[in-house]
Write a protein that binds this ligand. Structure first.
Ligand code: GRG
Length: 295
């Protein structure tokens, strides 16, 4: 697949996800208009929409319909946006720039940012509950909750914060724990929700599990590399912050070149897992894009 073809696919998919997200928001009410505005600012502003695109495309390749997939695809982006809002708060990463503009607590205020995050997390599960194919709901809720909560992203974030500025704790097992939980878990779940919605089992499910795990980790290694190499303009957030904060990153443990090698190996593993499964060329191209992206 050429870079141009993937670019067109991504642009069209982003526009589709934006339409689905817009349609999934409840109408604003006057007493809480500011909260609704803040949620819209965080959710609809911009973003690559990697998680919903992975979910929709995986599911559709395997035979699920947009109707079955749209609620959970939107829920994954809502949870991702909530995590970014809370991660940017002064009590966490204390960032003023996200997706090329002011973070939510800067554009609004801290209390509104906390509530907008809470609102997006809960709206995500309300949205999954509305899946028209009701038989899918328990599995999707369980998968997304697990990836986002104490067995996933929240634990990864807690371990990351605990390791910050503490070089003694900078070891490979902890690095793997943080990255597999903080970032990879939700990306992995994005692919696997597509597989769940298509009710695919057996060898093909196994291949997608390998793909999802490798892709999720590759994404985080690439993010660590971008934190060092990208400029604020392309990154849309403050570059170099992770290194400056003494964060536990792949380059801190494996060096920049070692990290690039690991990212390539993970993306190769992801692509190899899908080899021979018809219709998966775009997913393989996405696995390459994840490590070659510049933002
Ligand atoms: C607050 C519970 C809680 C968790 C926060 C996701 C996260 C955990 C923190 C974000 C910090 C960070 C930059 C992690 C690296 C990987 C990552 C999630 C990058 C941002 O995702 P993209 O590149 O962002 O998909 P866009 O803006 O394109 O949606």
């Amino acid at each position: 697949m050429t870079t141009g073809t993937l670019g067109t696919f991504l642009a069209e998919s982003r526009a589709r996800v934006d339409r689905l997200l817009e349609a999934s928001l409840p109408p604003s009410q006057p007493p809480v208009a500011r909260l609704h505005e803040a949620v819209r600012y965080a959710l609809l502003g911009s973003g690559k929409r990697v998680r919903p695109i992975l979910c929709l495309h995986t599911g559709e390749v395997l035979g699920a319909s947009e109707e079955q997939l749209a609620p959970v695809a939107c829920a994954l982006e809502m949870i991702h946006c909530y995590s970014l809002i809370h991660d940017d708060l002064p009590a966490m990463d204390d960032d003023e720039l996200r997706r090329g503009r002011a973070t939510l607590h800067i554009a609004y205020d801290e209390a509104t940012a906390i509530l907008a995050g809470d609102a997006l997390l809960t709206l995500a599960f309300e949205t999954i509950a509305g899946t028209p194919d009701a038989g899918l709901v328990p599995a999707l809720v369980a998968r997304v909750a697990r990836a986002a909560g104490m067995r996933g992203m929240v634990s990864g974030q807690a371990a990351d914060l605990a390791a910050e500025g503490n070089p003694v704790s900078h070891d490979e097992p902890l690095l793997s724990f943080v990255h597999s939980h903080k970032t990879a878990a939700l990306l992995e779940a994005s692919v696997l929700c597509g597989v769940d919605a298509a009710r695919v089992e057996g060898e093909v499910r196994g291949a997608f599990e390998t793909f999802a795990e490798a892709l999720g980790l590759a994404f985080q290694v690439a993010d660590d590399i971008l934190d060092i190499e990208a400029s604020a303009d392309t990154l849309g957030k403050t570059p170099g912050k992770d290194v400056a904060a003494g964060k536990l990153t792949y380059p801190a443990i494996h060096g920049l070149e070692g990290s690039k090698r690991i990212a390539r190996e993970l993306s190769d593993r992801a692509c190899d897992a899908l080899a021979g499964i018809p219709g998966t060329e775009t997913l393989a191209a996405l696995a390459r894009y994840v490590v070659e992206r510049s933002a």
